[in-house]
Design a protein around this ligand. Structure first.
Ligand code: MN
Length: 258
């Protein structure tokens, strides 16, 4: 009986710690968290994320912090699952919760790229062939103009030799961030991809159209040689898309609310 009471009081203590944690969040934090929950569910609904992959958002007022779900399937994420991390990739208030092994993708890109406010890491399938062959992923239509500056491929072997392919520590995250450089996305050989943005809607848009572009490019390659967008066309198209990035975002949000 004594033991039962102790475990109950532990549970209550955890509950009140959880409440205190939530109470510390400002209205701006709550909005970011709400958008991040939506981003998780949108990317799952759009088949960019499945049981794996993750999306994060940088803190609005503290650029040395970011938000990311605890380790779980993105399609099931709710506001209570979102945790705050520092740029070493460690949770600020972990509470013993499971974290993603590859959280260093996020911490190291935020550390290197002050312009980046949101990051998606996925294993979406159509991009995989472009990470393992010599065929570069290039903008095949206006929606993927953001690819016009080039899409690097992260080769994990260069940093760590044979691994399980996961970005499991800050050194691998830093190597990935270096490979991404100032680009919008990078492929990860034999693994997946990363798309970044100056906002959550833009990062989500890019993750979705990275996959669409890869699918269309593979299709077009079966038909013959491809007439890609020129670098200038890609730049102009990307600027146009960025002006209207909230249009698809509102639609995707509406769809997950059904
Ligand atoms: Mn991964």
């Amino acid at each position: 009986m004594k033991k039962l009471n102790a475990s109950r009081s532990n549970k209550n203590a955890n509950k009140s710690a959880g409440k205190a944690r939530l109470a510390k969040r400002t209205p701006a934090d709550k909005q970011t968290i709400e958008d991040l929950v939506a981003a998780n569910r949108i990317l799952y609904a759009q088949s960019v994320l499945d049981g794996y992959g993750h999306v994060s958002a940088r803190h609005d007022t503290n650029p040395d912090r970011f938000w990311l779900s605890r380790g779980m399937a993105p399609g099931l994420v709710t506001a209570g699952d979102i945790m705050e991390f520092d740029l070493s990739g460690e949770p600020v208030d972990g509470q013993g919760r499971l974290t993603y092994a590859e959280r260093f993708i996020h911490s190291e890109i935020y550390r290197r790229r002050s312009d980046v406010k949101a990051i998606v890491h996925s294993h979406s399938p159509a991009v995989i062939p472009f990470g393992v062959t010599s065929v570069p992923l290039r903008p095949i239509f206006h929606m993927s103009g953001f690819l016009g500056t080039g899409v690097p491929i992260f080769e994990i072997r260069e940093t760590a030799g044979d691994t399980d392919m996961l970005v499991r520590n800050p050194a691998l995250g830093a190597a990935l961030a270096l490979c991404l450089s100032d680009k919008s996305a990078t492929l990860m050989r034999g693994h997946g991809s990363v798309a970044v943005g100056t906002s959550l809607p833009q990062a989500v848009f890019r993750a979705i159209y990275l996959e669409v572009n890869a699918r269309l490019q593979s299709e077009a390659m079966k038909l013959g040689s491809i007439n890609f967008l020129t670098p200038t066309e890609a730049k102009l198209a990307a600027a146009g898309n960025d002006m209207h990035v909230l249009r698809p975002w509102m639609l995707w949000k509406h769809e997950i609310a059904k």
